[in-house]
Design a protein. Structure first.
Lengths: 339, 526
């Protein structure tokens, strides 16, 4: 698998427009519109509009069409998990990343050397997407959003239990749950269903189209309805999902003395949760926590690791400590804040 | 312990008083004895065990994940107990987590050398919220925004009792308060009050101003000076002698001179002062005596404490709270006349013919140690809390000074993104005859939310220097500062310290050069 003479940085390297693969003449998750892009998943800091050609999983392309008005000017090339295609001199394949619906690790092979660009990933079960698959490789590029030993995301069930306990304690109030529209929203709905909450879950208008897309892909969300459809509804004891920004918006004034719950991996640190104004912080993240990140480095077994977006320093320190040749890789256009 | 940890966690994020109450009530109802009692003790500040030192926690963390990673983690989180709680991993083989009762009872018995091993076992068994709560308990700072009073209110609510009924029996009880819960939840009789030196909930007054006074009939009211000390209750019966703050906090330990001087049985309402010869010392002197675990003989000699009595609530086995103020006053005067007690004296009544006459006396009384006047209806019974109507406080008008903003610091909690703590100064002659500003005080309230937003922006736009959370600003914004008094201070560069300073106005109309001088302030010294 390894060719000792080939420097991986010679064929895959960061540029101001994003991570560039020279022998394939394409970018992975570029920060701006480019000629040819390989997209790992549909979040805004990875999938951007305007590329002439985009290669992604069918689900990710569907998400991009929903977000970018059908993308008529982009040549869309779907590639399923496990399949592979040749671009220039590079073989490109996708393996599940377990992050959100359609999320993939890009597996790039050139002259017998394999680099995995994992995009964003997590290791714990998620009812809305297949689990992360470790792919043996020469270079593993990992995210580092929660790469500090303080991040141990607790069990999802326990966090949902916290929400349901609060609903039971304050039955006359509305629980407003701030969730990112793509991925977190649908996962939280599935977790609520798994915890036995079979009542209607109300949705902010900004969450509707992606929920519909998930349903079209066979993810059963149960009884969900837009807040705007409510007639004679007091929302007392109700669970309402909305984008985090809507909690402080005038939109939220229609609800009965709402309690602001926020779902995010950042909620594990009290000062961060307070900054976000969360009254009920729920630590539910679509990113790997510290044990998942460190376990993944061991599972993948790559001798070289490039660490990107987040707290690179700690993960590089850890990886070097277990004999991995690790370094930070600074990529343009990555946002640290969503999770 | 896990349930208690979940409670603390929820409380720490919940800003609303009623929601906090609901959370505590739910916990107290659902949690069996003795855990709920220990929880109530923790929330009311009634637990005491040897505190864990920060070095111990840091050592634990470094041992687990190494010095570098622990340093990065602590740097990111900013709180040592929280950092350790987060980096420590639960050991599934550690067995069930301890109950709160187990934690408290074990720690009270454990020696300092045993504590680390016990602590490690618990950290293994608890989840991260549980570890956080345990470490907060151990470092002695819960900081979840719950006062002792609020916790007692929640306890009272679960038994549909007024909070003062709980206050009344509180000091006869000990954690974990089983008789209290038996009474509140299981129809057992109310625990006996005043079994010995129990606190009787204090009666408080509402503020009033000159204009409002004209709606009241002066003949119905008695006036007395409002002494500038600390409102206290002296309670002695059945051999138990105690001194309480007006909120029912037992402060006996800090004032052994008062406790020793109690040679009577009774419950009295009064003002705690430092008194030398016949003169009341400035509030500053009293402050030296507060919040001390041990009091040195020198402190006792140089800052002798004294109680000036306002009222009597219980005497010779009789509860007097149902009597009128005039009747209680007669009993109090008779009692004082019985025997000379150097540590106790009577707060005199101020006689007046009408409100104008009283206002005149209030104006003329510039003596230190007086904050203003108290007005009490002659027919008022002694009621717990702050009833509307029978008692009023008519404070002296604050002093004012125009000061120049020098530094601003970010606040805490809700204000953590605002520069809300302001250090301001007045002019004086510096080296080489050049005028310079000397800091004279610091204030973090008095302004409206809108003014805070304005001040925050002003600070950000006029920053000249940064020191961590503190910004130095251009010396051009004048703030009118109100304060209740002024005293000489060796700790302040300017040599003066303000009492209770607050921002009363933002003077954008006034040039900084025209702000007050330190000399102006010195002239206000009593």
């Amino acid at each position: 698998m390894t060719t000792d003479t080939l420097n991986p940085r010679s064929w895959l390297y960061p540029t101001p427009r994003g991570l560039y693969c020279e022998p394939g003449d394409f970018y992975v998750d570029p920060a701006v519109a480019v000629g040819r892009a390989v997209i790992t998943h549909g979040h805004g800091d990875h999938a951007r509009p305007g590329h002439r050609a985009a290669l992604a999983t069918p689900e990710t392309l569907a998400i991009m069409r929903t977000r970018f008005q059908d993308m008529p000017d982009t040549v869309q090339q779907p590639l399923k998990y496990g399949e592979s295609v040749r671009i220039g001199d590079v073989d490109v394949g996708f393996a599940p990343a377990g992050h959100i619906l359609g999320s993939a690790q890009a597996v790039l092979a050139f002259k017998g050397q394999r680099i995995v660009v994992s995009g964003d990933y997590k290791r714990r079960p998620d009812a809305t997407c297949p689990p992360f698959e470790p792919v043996p490789c020469d270079v593993f590029i990992t995210e580092a959003t929660f790469a500090l030993p303080v991040f141990h995301h607790p069990s999802d069930a326990g966090e949902i239990g916290k929400l349901l306990r609060s609903v039971a304690t304050f039955p006359e109030r509305t629980h407003l749950v701030g969730v990112y529209a793509l991925g977190k929203c649908q996962r939280v709905i599935k977790l609520l269903r798994a915890a036995g909450w079979d009542k209607r879950i109300w949705l902010h208008g900004g969450l509707l189209s992606l929920c519909k897309l998930y349903q079209d892909h066979g993810v059963d969300l149960g009884d969900v309805a837009p807040v705007s459809d409510a007639i004679l509804e007091t929302f007392k004891g109700a669970i309402v999902l909305c984008p985090p920004s809507a909690i402080a918006d005038r939109w939220s004034r229609r609800f009965a003395d709402p309690i602001a719950a926020v779902c995010s991996g950042w909620m594990g640190v009290r000062a961060r949760a307070r900054q976000r104004g969360a009254e009920l912080p729920l630590i539910i993240s679509d990113h790997a926590d510290w044990p998942e990140l460190t376990q993944t480095l061991k599972d993948v077994g790559a001798p070289r690791v490039w660490v990107t977006h987040g707290r690179e320093e700690a993960l590089v320190h850890y990886a070097r400590g277990i004999g991995i040749d690790a370094e930070a890789l600074h990529l343009a256009g990555r946002e640290d804040e969503e999770s | 312990m896990q349930a208690f940890a979940r409670l603390l966690d929820a409380l720490s994020f919940q800003p609303a008083r009623n929601a906090k109450l609901r959370l505590i009530e739910t916990y107290l109802k659902e949690t069996p004895d003795p855990d709920r009692g220990w929880a109530l003790a923790a929330l009311t500040g009634g637990l005491d065990f040897p505190a864990a030192k920060p070095a111990l926690l840091r050592g634990f963390g470094q041992e687990r994940i190494g010095e570098e990673l622990f340093a990065m983690s602590y740097d990111y989180v900013g709180d040592l107990a929280e950092t350790l709680a987060l980096v420590w991993e639960t050991d599934p083989a550690a067995g069930p987590p301890p109950t709160l009762g187990e934690v408290v009872e074990t720690l009270q018995r454990a020696t300092r050398t045993q504590t680390p091993a016990i602590l490690k076992r618990w950290l293994d068994a608890l989840d991260s919220t549980g570890r956080w709560a345990l470490l907060k308990l151990l470092t002695g700072a819960l900081r979840v925004g719950v006062s002792a009073r609020l916790a007692k209110q929640a306890a009272a609510n679960i038994g549909s009792q007024p909070v003062d009924a709980v206050e009344e029996v509180w000091h006869g009880l000990e954690a974990p308060y089983r008789p209290l819960f038996d009474w509140l939840l299981n129809d057992a009789p109310q625990p006996r009050s005043n079994a010995g030196g129990a606190f009787m909930p204090a009666m408080l007054a509402n503020p009033i101003d000159r204009a409002e006074l004209d709606t009241l009939d002066p003949a119905h009211f008695r006036a007395e000076w409002k002494w500038d000390g600390i409102r206290v209750q002296v309670a002695a019966s059945g051999g138990v002698k105690r001194l309480y703050s007006r909120a029912g906090e037992d402060v006996s330990n800090a004032f052994p001179d008062i406790i020793e001087a109690i040679d009577f049985e009774g419950v009295f309402d009064g003002e705690l002062l430092v008194r030398r010869e016949t003169a009341v010392a400035p509030f500053n002197d009293l402050q030296q005596r507060l919040n001390r675990k041990t009091v040195t003989p020198k402190m006792l000699r140089e800052h002798p404490a004294h109680v000036r009595l306002y009222d009597v609530l219980w005497l010779a086995g009789e509860d007097l709270r149902g009597l009128s103020f005039d009747e209680r006053r007669a009993r109090l005067e008779a009692w004082i006349a019985e025997k000379e007690r150097p540590r106790f004296d009577l707060s005199p009544l101020v006689s007046f013919t009408d409100w104008t006459h009283l206002a005149q006396q209030r104006e003329e009384m510039r003596a230190d140690g007086i904050e203003g006047l108290m007005l009490k209806r002659g027919d008022s019974t002694y009621l717990a809390g702050r009833p509307k109507g029978p008692w009023f406080k008519w404070k002296r008008d604050p002093m004012l000074a125009d000061c120049v903003l020098m530094y601003a610091q970010r606040g805490h909690g809700k204000r953590s993104s605002f520069y809300s703590d302001y250090t301001f100064g007045c002019w004086r002659d510096g080296a080489e005859g050049k005028r310079e500003l000397a800091p004279v005080g610091k204030a973090y309230f008095g302004f409206t939310d809108e003014e805070l937003r304005w001040l925050d922006k002003w600070v950000r736009d006029h920053t000249t220097n940064r020191f961590g959370p503190v910004r130095e600003v251009e010396q051009k914004l004048v703030l009118e500062v109100a304060f209740d008094g002024i005293a000489r201070s060796t700790r302040h560069k300017s040599g003066v310290a303000m009492r209770f300073p607050r921002i009363s106005r933002i003077r954008t109309d006034k040039p900084a050069a025209e702000a007050d001088t330190v000399d102006n302030l010195l002239r206000l010294l009593p």
